[in-house]
Design a protein around this ligand. Structure first.
Ligand code: ZN
Length: 99
């Protein structure tokens, strides 16, 4: 184990560890942190947008999964649909149009 990991950032003024890079000030000495140590407004905005999108996608995927489980597509009777139409029994030549 290394004593200092690259992602361990510290306030250059007091050495206090930076936990929240979205906060542009040192939480200990309240001095503004150099821009390379904190996220810019654009980065924070981009991250929030990304997080929102991911949360939405996760919620959608979960809903879809839950819906598929409770919906149970096995109820659809494809046999009755096939017998209802003129094609299928005729060997496929009569339906679909074209040649
Ligand atoms: Zn500080």
């Amino acid at each position: 184990m290394t004593p200092a990991t690259p992602d361990t950032l510290r306030c250059p003024a007091c050495g206090f560890r930076i936990f929240n890079r979205r906060y542009p000030m040192c939480e200990s000495c309240k001095l503004p942190l150099p821009p390379e140590l904190v996220y810019s407004r654009e980065q924070i905005l981009a991250m929030q947008t990304q997080e929102a999108l991911e949360a939405k996608a996760r919620a959608n995927a979960k809903r879809k999964r839950d819906g598929a489980n409770s919906g149970d597509g096995g109820d659809i009777d494809f046999g009755s649909i096939g017998s209802d139409s003129s094609c299928g029994d005729g060997g496929g030549g009569g339906c679909g149009g074209g040649d």
